[in-house]
Design a protein around this ligand. Structure first.
Ligand SMILES: Cc1cc2nc3c(=O)[nH]c(=O)nc-3n(C[C@H](O)[C@H](O)[C@H](O)COP(=O)(O)OP(=O)(O)OC[C@H]3O[C@@H](n4cnc5c(N)ncnc54)[C@H](O)[C@@H]3O)c2cc1C
Length: 466
């Protein structure tokens, strides 16, 4: 061990794993198998002080610093060649305050763990749709999921955060303390510091009615058009999205149809079950599903229902777009490219982000495009590296085709490594204020392994958080 790393190892309670150590191969791995970086060391942080020590060490030694939560970043921002990795995955404590209906969770917590703990108190907040994803990266980029039409984005539910900033201080970001930092953390990604703990607002949550319906491609235009009309003023208890998806070989799929691409509608209804059954039945009146699996279940069950389609170790290449609407023209483009979805792991989702997401003014948090109605993701995921070129091309061609029907920029958490030139567009009206907050908290861009916001070179007029 180099002298510097052994000094760090003496300062932290967690393990410091270097290339020559057992466990390095596993420690350097992130979720996207296309990322093959060899960091200088991975530090399994167990306490706030560990994170402080790693941040200070990287800053003092001039090392590139990667912060890793759930490791699901498609561009692989949780690692880099030669970097010092602060791996927060051991920090998964979730504490509930029932009276205040809040949860305080460690920065490396996964949504699976978070949802299990909150569900035991009949509470929930907006999170992602796959349980293995980290709350850290997902929340900091915004956070879109089944509950966002009801309760806003994940970041809208963050009441406060404990943050290790670039100078190595441990600070609180809340409405009362460093409110500009809280504003930036609500959508600005990992640009502003390492969050050791998030405190979220929770909401009462019982059983939900949810699942998936698969429709013939020929019925796709009618299903999309129904979704468009329905979602405009749909009850906020409905959180769901249309998608392109190859049907997996599961018992509810007719055996001879598994492996075929379909237009799917994934639904989550959190209100009265009878009303929910009527709402979902309207989809069946548009077209008869080829297969469906809809039922009452605990909220965390829906959040892990699709985990099996996306195991760790797939190749990933994704692109993001914001759509104002699913116009007939946009539907036609989607019907041309969506059915070419190459594997059962890959998917295309159209998340509606109206409802409670639109209640929050566009400049009240860093999240870029509250004016959009849909966040679209073309999520290329496949097991075989020899398909990398063909499947990356599918994602790119699809994204180019939808560009005339979408806003500039996309949801930062769905963007790829080659989307750095779109960062300003991803944040739209909030970008220049983000560069100013970046200048204040991280003038030397220590936190640069992310969709990177450059610090403003000069002070810009200060805006108080809305
Ligand atoms: C299978 C899958 C499903 C997904 N589903 C959804 C979804 O339903 N909704 C949605 O909105 N997004 C979704 N995403 C996108 C997801 O939001 C991003 O990939 C996100 O970056 C993952 O966060 P992470 O903590 O797992 O990743 P990591 O790779 O650990 O981190 C990603 C970025 O966030 C930063 N970061 C992470 N934790 C912290 C922290 N504690 N403090 C400071 N910075 C931190 C990292 O530095 C890095 O820049 C999904 C991604 C995948 C791969």
């Amino acid at each position: 061990m180099t002298q510097a790393l052994s000094t760090l190892a003496d300062r932290v309670a967690g393990q410091v794993i270097r290339p020559e150590d057992d466990g390095y191969e596993e420690a350097r791995r992130v979720y996207n198998a296309m990322i093959d970086a060899r960091p200088a060391a991975v530090v399994r942080c167990t306490t706030d002080d560990d994170v402080v020590a790693v941040v200070r060490h990287a800053r003092d030694k001039g090392l590139s610093l990667a912060i890793r939560g759930g490791a699901h970043s498609v561009p692989g921002f949780g690692t880099a060649d030669g970097a010092l990795v602060a791996d927060l995955s051991p920090m998964q404590t979730v504490d509930i305050d029932d009276a205040a209906r809040t949860a305080t969770a460690g920065g490396g917590t996964t949504w699976g763990r978070f949802n299990d703990v909150t569900a035991a108190h009949a509470l929930a907040t907006t999170g992602g749709i796959i349980s293995t994803t980290g709350i850290g990266g997902l929340t900091l980029g915004g956070g879109i999921g089944y509950l966002c039409r009801a309760f806003g984005l994940s970041c809208d539910n963050v009441l406060s955060a404990r943050v290790v900033t670039a100078d190595g201080s441990l600070v609180t970001a809340s409405a009362d303390e460093n409110p500009d930092l809280l504003w930036a953390l609500r959508g600005g990604g990992g640009n502003f510091g390492a969050v050791t703990r998030f405190t979220y607002q929770l909401h009462p949550m019982g059983e939900i009615l949810g699942g998936v319906m698969f429709f013939e491609l020929a019925d796709g235009p009618a299903v999309f058009a129904h979704f468009r009309e329905f979602i405009r003023d749909a009850p906020r208890q409905y959180g769901g999205f249309p998608a392109f998806q190859i049907a997996p070989p599961l018992p509810f799929v007719p055996e001879d149809r598994a492996g075929e691409p379909f237009v799917a509608v994934v639904s989550c209804w959190t209100g009265d079950p009878e009303e929910g059954a009527r709402v979902l039945d309207r989809f069946r009146q548009v077209a008869r599903p080829v297969a469906e699996m809809i039922g009452a279940m605990p909220y965390p069950a829906l959040n892990s229902a699709f985990d099996g389609l996306v195991p760790a170790g797939l190749q990933h290449y994704w692109k993001a777009a914001y759509l104002d609407d699913l116009s007939d023209e946009a539907i036609a483009v989607n019907m041309q490219h969506g059915p070419k979805v190459p594997t059962v792991n890959a998917t295309v989702h159209f998340y509606p982000i109206n409802g409670a997401v639109h209640d929050v003014p566009g400049n009240a948090t860093a999240f870029g495009h509250r004016d959009a109605n849909y966040a679209m993701v073309i999520a290329g995921m496949w097991p075989d590296p020899s398909d990398n070129e063909a499947n990356t091309r599918w994602v790119r061609d699809y994204h180019s085709a939808i560009a005339p029907h979408s806003a500039t920029g996309g949801y930062t958490n769905f963007a790829s490594a080659d989307d750095q030139d779109k960062v300003a567009d991803n944040y739209g009206v909030n970008y220049s204020r983000l560069t100013e907050v970046k200048r204040r908290y991280d003038p030397d861009n220590l936190f640069h392994l992310n969709q990177n916001i450059q610090p403003s070179p000069v002070p810009l007029p200060r805006e108080d958080p809305a």
